[in-house]
Design a protein around this ligand. Sequence first.
Ligand code: NAD
Length: 251
Amino acid sequence: MITLEEFAGAIRESREIVVFTGAGISTESGIPDFRSPGGIWSRYRPVTFQEYVSSEESRIEAWKRRLETRETDKNAKPNAGHYFIQSLNEKGKLIGLITQNVDGLHSESGLPDEKIVELHGSNRRVLCLKCAKSYDPDKVVERLVGRFASPKCDDCGGILKSATISFGQAMPERAMRQAQEWTEQARVFIVMGSSLQVQPAASFPVVARRNGALLAIINREPTPIDDYASFVHQGAIGEFCRRFNALIADG
Ligand code: NAD
């Protein structure tokens, strides 16, 4: 393991950094993660892709959830963790950001789209599963009042679904390919706020380390690959980034 100062030194010197984020980077923006106490899994069961396409009841369940979390999602703003990554990019140090998050906060922090891979899609778009027409989620959700039916495409009548990747749904090919390329190019690979329990996403840090990259993990809880990492900080991301920014300021 290297020290905090050594990690800061590596960040100051490197222009080949890849950051990989999970739900934990957005908890300080008010969006609950999946596996922490009070997280999403403690309140809701996941609706699989197969259930969604085959059952109106499951679709309604998914949209009711969306209605319940609508205000939280709308009010969430990027935090120190998101801005830390955006500043790495401003300094010309970031190859790219790979995220498992669907909340769009990296984009809102000012990170350009071409530097972002959303492995699990985005809840800032709704798509028709039949003709791929794209909808503004607000416009779709507005129609869900009273005892509603699940929303359908205005053009073809197909099922509408948030542009996120559900359990049982294939990973997006282009995003996976881009994430793999960046991972192979990384000299420094930083994981922030992921339990690293979801595959295939969690395999990226392992590949980066195997290729000789410095692997840093910043997460409140231990992860299954902490022993494999070059630097581990167990604690809150926001507090860590605020402190770390001062250490890398002259980089
Ligand atoms: P996870 O819930 O499995 O793990 C989150 C990790 O972050 C936990 O280990 C937790 O200890 C840590 N954490 C929470 N708050 C933290 C903080 N402030 N500072 C440091 N660490 C913190 O989430 P995951 O690994 O991203 O994987 C689960 C799935 O969750 C992903 O597929 C993702 O699509 C989905 N998800 C996304 C969002 C979002 O977009 N914000 C929210 C919930 C779930």
